[in-house]
Write a new protein. Structure first.
Length: 141
């Protein structure tokens, strides 16, 4: 396995608006009362953890930082630090943790994705294991 990456890269940021929250909760079928809009709640409901992970993955995909990816193999150790509500600004810090060469010459690369808010505080972390054509581009080392 290779050594961890010394400098992580980050995706562009996105503003989480009320429509995005409502769409992810509604289409995701989240029925828990915590995720339902309440009268007088100006902030609205928080995103469910699964929706936060989905949003982080989408930001990584859109960034182009992992364009050498063949497939996402595994998500592990998801940890949630803060709730994400409408009005939050998020970006994802991507850090290559380890990589190993397969018998076919591709790479299995372990990444740490950390969702960061506008205050540079982590909202969620997840380890993503990906099958890659390369060991990860220079900007993800």
């Amino acid at each position: 396995m290779s050594a961890p990456s010394p400098e992580p890269s980050a995706t562009p940021q996105v503003v989480v608006d009320a429509d995005l929250v409502d769409t992810l909760i509604g289409r995701g079928g989240y029925t828990h009362p915590l995720f339902q809009r309440a009268d007088g709640d100006a902030d609205g409901p928080p995103l469910p953890g699964q929706a936060v992970v989905l949003l982080l993955g989408g930001l990584v995909e859109q960034s182009g930082l992992l364009d050498d990816a063949i497939a996402l193999l595994e998500l592990r150790r998801a940890r949630f630090h803060r709730m994400v509500k409408a009005g939050a600004t998020l970006r994802v810090r991507i850090e290559r943790v380890a990589s190993r060469v397969t018998s076919r010459g591709t790479y299995v690369v372990d990444f740490r994705w950390t969702g960061i808010d506008a205050d540079d505080e982590p909202v969620a972390e997840v380890e993503a294991v990906m099958l890659m054509n390369g060991a990860g581009r220079e900007d993800t080392r």
